[in-house]
Design a protein around this ligand. Structure first.
Ligand code: FAD
Ligand code: SF4
Ligand code: SF4
Ligand code: SF4
Length: 389
């Protein structure tokens, strides 16, 4: 039976819990809100299924992948779709194609409490909430078993998610049901803590003494390349912040498995991989010069190619290759911050506002560090100028 002794061995994909016929496994929150499988030994029959299904520990199947992926830069032709999507609108078009074939789409939304969860969508309206990246680990709940039921009923199913989620799902679904399953993953930097995210939304609401109506993790109002969160309140006022973003990029609140991620390479467990096409300006100085967004689309299988053909008329597309679209999380996992254990300990002991002041980009510590960096940079510039004279 599955036993997690090292947290970095488990990405939380839920495959083991879903496959257990004895319902012996519960996905249980740790202090950061990351879920791990816990086995009730009194129910376990030692069948071994949970160990065998774990793609994160046993490796993943790429047997239907092309030898060479097809890689494109792509931008939705519809300006509104482009604006509402995180990158170039690839996800929205893929979802639309599946819904138009009477299929079912599963993807990540923020629910009424702004918790990231995976949701089942059967209409284009329901798919609208999938747009935009939610930089927090989503709760899959029992979604894998709903997908198996949909596939058994003969439905076409699209699942969009992180690479480890798609890989876990592929391993969980029996091979005989794979034909109608389309997997779309993202190039993935890592997922932050659901508990920190939840506390942060409460902090923002309390700070402004207003009820939050909508959240964007990366609001494109400030351009595709800027990484700024926005919160819209029920009185229609809006604020921007970078506090959560700054904690995200410090890698201090990522799931431990993200530091040992198996999927930071070109060998994907999905049919299609989508992401931001960082560096598109080096490939073409006109294609995405307006800073409104650009997707990289990697086609990994024949199924992926069929989907691409069904959406290609909606996109401006540029043929690309591995060298042009390379980015850090296609080469190696993010490096987990060495202070992350202390961060977790401090969070448990002192609560959210303490860690925001202590580790975030507010508070006197951050301002002092910033001032020192600024003085250092100015001094260095002056020294270089003197030397050049
Ligand atoms: C946690 C995370 C880390 C990422 N890291 C990188 C990176 O390092 N490099 C890079 O180029 N791109 C990264 N991305 C992907 C990028 O931000 C865009 O989501 C992607 O390019 C799709 O953009 P789009 O315009 O096609 O789709 P959008 O309309 O923005 O749709 C987003 C799609 O992503 C899915 N999604 C959103 N949030 C989550 C989540 N929390 N968990 C699972 N699925 C989710 C939705 O189901 C939807 O299908 C990351 C995304 C997430 C969520
Ligand atoms: S990675 Fe998935 S299958 Fe493996 S132990 Fe964790 S939740 Fe279970
Ligand atoms: S060994 Fe079998 S019964 Fe026991 S927890 Fe794993 S899947 Fe469930
Ligand atoms: S970085 Fe890897 S392990 Fe972490 S969420 Fe992304 S795909 Fe999963």
């Amino acid at each position: 039976m599955i036993l997690i002794t090292n947290k970095s061995d488990c990405c939380g994909c839920t495959a083991c819990a879903m496959i257990c016929n004895s319902e012996a496994i519960t996905m249980t929150d740790d202090a950061m809100g990351f879920k791990y499988p816990v086995v009730d030994e009194s129910k376990c029959t030692n069948c071994g299924l949970c160990d065998r299904v774990c793609a994160f520990q046993n490796g993943y199947d790429t047997s239907s992948n092309f030898n060479e992926q097809l890689i494109y830069a792509a931008r939705h032709k519809d300006a509104n779709e482009l604006f509402l999507s995180q990158s170039g609108g690839a996800s929205a078009a893929i979802c639309k194609s599946v819904i138009n074939q009477s299929g079912v789409v599963y993807g990540c939304v923020l629910d009424d409490t702004f918790t990231a969860i995976h949701k089942r969508c059967t209409t284009l309206e329901e798919c609208e909430d999938l747009r935009g990246s939610k930089y927090v680990q989503s709760d899959l709940n029992n979604v894998f078993s709903y997908i198996r039921d949909d596939l058994k009923a003969g439905k076409l199913v699209l699942f969009t998610g992180t690479s480890c989620q798609t890989s876990g799902l592929k391993s969980y679904i029996p091979k005989k049901l794979h034909e109608n399953l389309i997997l779309c993953d993202i190039i993935c930097h890592g997922v932050p803590s659901p508990k920190i995210w939840s506390d942060y939304t409460h902090y923002i609401s309390n700070k402004y003494n207003k009820e939050i109506k909508g959240i964007k993790f990366r609001d494109k109002v400030k351009g595709w390349k800027s990484h700024v969160e926005s919160f819209t309140f029920t009185d229609n006022t809006k604020i921007f912040s970078t506090s959560y973003t700054s904690l995200f990029y410090s890698h201090i609140m990522l799931r431990p498995s993200c530091g040992e991620c198996r999927y930071t390479n070109y060998s994907r467990a999905s049919d299609i991989t989508i992401a931001d096409f960082w560096g598109i300006e080096k490939v073409s100085d006109t294609f995405a010069a307006d800073n409104k967004g650009c997707s990289v689309i990697m086609i990994n299988t024949v199924k992926g190619e069929t989907i691409l053909n069904s959406i290609s008329s909606e996109f401006n597309v540029l043929k690309s290759n591995k060298q042009e679209c390379v980015q850090p999380n296609l080469c190696r996992p993010s490096v987990i911050n060495s202070k992350s254990d202390k961060f977790e300990h401090d969070f448990e002991k002192h609560g959210f506002e303490y860690i925001l002041n202590h580790y975030g980009n507010i508070g006197w510590r951050y301002q002092c560090k910033r001032a020192v960096r600024l003085i250092y940079r100015i001094t260095l510039k002056r020294i270089i100028a003197v030397i050049k004279k």
